[in-house]
Design a protein. Structure first.
Length: 396
């Protein structure tokens, strides 16, 4: 690449040069690798003095005009390449390292077999140790055995799952049929119980018929039996009392009277009505009991509520626990006392914690008691209005 210097005009007070005088030509040499040796710097004032001595003596400065003339570059000498490369040492065998070859060496025919290395490698690879072959065969055999066992196990699991599904479906169908039969049995028992015109007929549908007979005769002597027709039976609720299963059902009569009926389930499809809770049986009217105060022990269905009422022989709070005693359908109130921390006391407190103050309790009026409205709670027969076991002869 050549560097050129543009024309430079120098203005000064040098005077005018003769018009016919030829201006000197300054030649610039291109720069590059082939340029001649550099000369010293050229000063314009020296050039002017050489070519214009008169003007220099007179103190006049003439305008110098520079022209750049391109000098033809000399042709470069051709570079001679060697006709044949220097001999390269050949490798007779592959030593495992990569080699760099030029074009001539690649194109030159070689007497070396290019497949010799691959043939040797494959021959060596085929010669596996006997122990390795045995290990591979053992692994293959073990994998095949595991696959076979897994397939058999999956078949057994599928069979077991199918069997379980069949059993579940069968059990569900059985339970559904049993439930349908149980509902029909409950409805039939209640309707026939309401329609029964005599005690003998009603005893066929109640719990503990032998123990209940005497109570039914006493009750129906004052309350004659009336045959009733039940139109609707609904609101089935299951619960347990002790180790027994019970159902609570709402019976709606033809005159729209509603009554809750409690039934004990004695088998999968058989039930019996709890007659005592149906008629809310008491051994005697609660008002009569509070007035006459009989001295014998009687079982009553009562409600208990804690109270701080301690009087007479029950003034010692460390020995007695006091409760307000009422009966359903009556306004009369008694105060019952139970020995503190006894079994009866614990049963009452447990029932109150469940917000269920309804119990069957054996009440006793002391013969020497000076407190008119006080009774002693001798025993808790049941922590609800339903008996788990059959009533005794002295029961209500």
């Amino acid at each position: 690449m050549f560097c050129w210097i543009a024309s430079i005009a120098i203005f000064g007070y040098l005077g005018r040069a003769p018009m016919n005088q030829e201006e000197p030509i300054i030649k610039l040499t291109p720069t590059g690798n082939d340029r001649p040796p550099a000369r010293g710097p050229v000063r314009l004032d020296q050039i002017h003095k050489q070519h214009y001595p008169n003007h220099a003596r007179q103190g006049q400065i003439a305008t110098v005009t520079l022209r750049v003339v391109e000098e033809e570059a000399k042709p470069a000498k051709p570079v001679e390449l060697p006709t044949s490369p220097a001999p390269v040492q050949r490798h007779r065998a592959f030593d495992g390292k990569s080699q760099e070859y030029n074009i001539d060496e690649i194109m030159r025919p070689s007497s070396h077999d290019p497949d010799a290395i691959e043939n040797t490698w494959t021959t060596q690879a085929k010669n596996l140790p006997a122990g390795m072959v045995a290990v591979i065969c053992f692994c293959v055999l073990l994998s095949a055995t595991a696959i076979v066992l897994l397939i058999r196990r999956n078949h057994h699991v599928e069979d077991a799952q199918k069997s379980v599904k069949r059993n579940v479906i069968t059990n569900v169908e059985t339970e559904v049929r049993t439930a349908e039969l149980l509902v029909k049995s409950i409805q039939r028992t209640i309707r026939q119980y309401y329609l029964a015109p005599t005690i003998e007929e009603k005893l066929r549908y109640v719990r503990h018929p032998e123990e209940t007979r005497a109570m039914m005769e006493q009750y129906y002597a004052k309350h004659p039996i009336e045959s009733k027709k039940c139109d609707l039976i609904t609101s089935f609720t299951f619960f347990t009392q002790g180790d027994r299963n019970f159902w609570r059902v709402l019976a709606i009569q033809k005159n729209q009277k509603r009554e809750w009926i409690f039934l004990e389930q004695i088998s999968e499809t058989e039930v019996r009505i709890d007659w005592e809770t149906h008629v809310h049986y008491q051994p005697m009217p609660w008002s009569e009991y509070t007035q006459k105060r009989p001295l014998r022990a009687l079982d009553f269905r009562i409600s208990l509520y804690p109270t701080p009422y301690y009087v007479g022989e029950f003034v010692d709070e460390s020995r007695w626990a006091s409760y307000r005693v009422t009966a359903e359908g009556y306004d009369e109130v008694l105060f019952g006392y139970v020995i503190r921390n006894s079994e009866e006391h614990r049963i009452i407190e447990a029932a109150l914690e469940k917000q269920s103050p309804f119990v069957i309790a054996t009440l006793m009026i002391p013969s020497d008691s000076k407190v008119k409205h006080a009774v002693v709670i001798q025993k808790i027969v049941s922590d609800s209005y339903i008996r788990a076991d059959a009533p005794k002869s002295s029961s209500p």
